[in-house]
Ligand binder design. Structure first.
Ligand SMILES: Cc1ncc(COP(=O)(O)O)c(C=O)c1O
Length: 393
């Protein structure tokens, strides 16, 4: 039997790797899970009733690109949020959560060659791991660009050599970023779009944390593109109900961008896509139209930022997250810190190196742990206090 080589060098996925690190040791206290970015706030109470109301539609094949009503609800949301007008038929398609979209859009859009060579796909480092797998799947060379405290936790793509940028087909950028909670300003987006124009690549904007923020809504890539009159094909944005609406299990998101890119994404999905079941599309339509639950959930996160700031404000190197629901805490060694926290306090956190790659001998995540602020306020306060006393006491 012959198996492909292309994924053979992938590191073990973060969560099995974490289990291997921690599970041979007992917890040093009642376990508190702060590893996975799975929202725990309530989703709207009317969701279950709507699923039941539309249950008979499980008997139908759902439209791949999403119902017209759902795509219209999404374009209305984009218009309210970013003041950008999208045509629901030409600029949007529905996703089964952003993860598959971030992967499949690369299959649909990455050319076989760029500047006469293998294409390059840029990803921040650390990063959401699907970007690297997408690059390998399309036989592109992933280039991991450090997103560290020195550059405000956003990669400096413009500093890459011109020959790398000329070979670049796609640059992923996550804002608000997982894991650091950094927000790309409109200026950052505009500079990136100008760089993309100059070197003829596309920007894949992963904005699935856009609605979880302190006080100012993070600017989006679409509005930056509109303001500078960028080629509409330059930017592809990805959004999700997983974090916005605490519905990670609904598997509902969307991708939006230029009409030619969307035509290609939709064509691939027509052959190989896994569309969202129709009753769930009906639910998603109503969820995008409602902001009340989003505001309530955001208010809870805002209280969590305050708690985290109180607990860690004196810690050298503490960067309060601007958005998202992760803390990215500096430690001498992330794996040792995660093990120590588990063994002495029962708090489970993720070593930063599990989200980043070694580049030229260094790993920009090695000196960090990622802490998800998804538990209840009381549990979170308890967990963060134990962490502080154990790791920084
Ligand atoms: C940065 C980032 N992008 C995308 C996703 C995928 O989310 P979903 O597929 O639930 O929309 C996640 C989930 O944790 C994430 O952290």
């Amino acid at each position: 039997m012959t198996f492909p080589e292309r994924f053979s060098n992938l590191p073990e996925y973060a969560f099995p790797r974490l289990r291997r690190l921690l599970d041979c040791h007992g917890p040093g206290g009642a376990p508190i899970h702060m590893t996975i970015g799975e929202p725990q706030h309530a989703f709207p109470s009317w969701v279950a009733g709507l699923v039941a109301e539309h249950a008979h539609e499980f008997g139908k094949y759902p439209p791949n690109e999403g119902t017209p009503e759902l795509r219209t609800a999404i374009s209305d949301w984009v218009a309210r949020r970013y003041r950008v007008m999208l045509d629901p038929d030409r600029h949007i398609t529905v996703l089964n959560g952003t993860r598959e979209g971030l992967f499949n859009a690369a299959l649909a859009l990455c050319p076989e060659e760029k500047a006469g060579k293998r294409p390059v796909i840029l990803t921040p480092n650390p990063f959401y791991q699907v970007y690297a797998v997408a690059a390998l799947a399309v036989a592109a060379d992933p280039v991991y660009v450090p997103a560290t405290a020195e550059n405000g936790f956003l990669p400096d793509y413009a500093a890459l050599p011109a020959d790398v940028l000329d070979r670049t087909a796609i640059a992923y950028l996550c804002s608000p970023s997982n894991p650091q909670g950094a927000v790309a300003s409109k200026g950052y987006w505009k500079d990136l779009l100008r760089l993309a124009e100059k070197h003829d690549f596309q920007v894949f904007a992963d904005e699935c944390y856009s609605e979880v923020y302190r006080d100012t809504p993070p600017p989006g890539a679409l509005e930056a593109a509109q303001e500078i009159g960028a080629d509409p094909e330059r930017v592809i944005v990805f959004h999700s109900l997983s974090k916005r609406s605490n519905l990670p299990g609904l598997r509902s998101g969307f991708v939006a961008g230029g009409p030619e890119s969307l035509r290609r994404i939709k064509q691939l999905r027509a052959y190989a896509g896994a569309p969202l079941p129709l009753p769930l599309q009906r639910v998603a339509e109503k969820v995008w139209a409602d902001e009340t639950h989003v505001k309530e959930s955001r208010a809870l996160y805002q209280r969590k930022y305050t708690i985290a700031d109180e607990i860690f404000s004196g810690l050298p190197g503490y960067h309060p997250p601007q958005a998202g629901f992760f803390l990215w805490l500096p430690v001498p060694d992330g794996e040792e810190a995660a093990l120590k926290a588990w063994r002495f306090t029962g708090v489970r956190v993720l070593p930063g190196a599990y989200l980043s790659r070694d580049v030229e001998g260094g790993n920009p995540g090695a000196g960090y742990i990622r802490v998800a602020m998804v538990a209840t306020e009381q549990e979170m306060r308890h967990g963060l206090t134990r962490l502080r006393d154990c790791l920084y006491g």
